[in-house]
Design a protein around this ligand. Sequence first.
Ligand SMILES: C[S@@+](CC[C@H](N)C(=O)[O-])C[C@H]1O[C@@H](n2cnc3c(N)ncnc32)[C@H](O)[C@@H]1O
Length: 281
Amino acid sequence: MLPNKGHDMLKTDYVFQATEEARELQRLQMLERIFDAGTQRRMLATGLTTGWHCLEVGAGAGSIVRWLEQRVGPSGKVVALDTNPRFLRGSSTSTIDILQGDICDTDLPLAMFDLVHARYVMIHIADYQKAFERMLRCVKPGGWVVIEEPDFEAARAVTAADDARASFARVSAAIERMFTSLGMDHALGAKLPAIFQRQDLSHLRVEHEGHLSPGGGAIAQLMKLSAEQLREKYVATGLVTEADIEQYCRLADDPDSWAIYYATVAVTGWWQPQCGGSTQG
Ligand SMILES: C[S@@+](CC[C@H](N)C(=O)[O-])C[C@H]1O[C@@H](n2cnc3c(N)ncnc32)[C@H](O)[C@@H]1O
């Protein structure tokens, strides 16, 4: 793992930072099983091929990093950045560099990467605009950016008993409050296309997936795991009780209860800076 001078402190406002390591790994690997196929399809659509240099921001448990290594081959490079690369230990190879640091203040090579990707990372950053600009600085002219972020505003229980729907709504309100009290935007995903437009990215491809899932489904179980791990933070908002969280978890196990747990917005854009553009240099 490459040391990142001056940024050894772990970022503390990542909401899952303090969660127990084995459970967090389980949650991240569940997330990878659900979302990697879509992410890989989006990346391949950019023309990803051997010899490319790729930056994976907030690499988590690392499945996309390892998959990218196979795509770019020995002539390519994959740089994985994470504030806490605890699950990437041992993943360094001659192709993969692991960096510990915050995207907002880590010195990364400028205009170096053919592809920059982040999934479920900007949602955890209060100054997401700065994070995005820092990512753009790393993209080669003619390179691609793929960002995938949740929109928790989309959440609603669809078929469930009235009391379960009410608890679901209160847990959703607590999720919103937890993010906004940290200065983060719980609905960031929906704003991504406008963020890309403002930076003059072109060839935009916008995909919006509402995760309508029955209890017992993969997304329901993922959100149940998050609720169990973040239980204290949800309750600390003052908007939910322990009983609401229990009810939310029961709904997430009940195959007859359908809910939209959140939506994911994925945006792909092509970066060709204008001379004198504001984000490069
Ligand atoms: C929800 S996880 C997503 C992991 C992975 N991208 C995935 O989708 O499977 C968010 C990851 O981003 C990292 N992270 C959070 N804030 C970050 C920041 N400011 N800079 C770099 N990494 C960050 C966390 O440590 C965590 O590994």
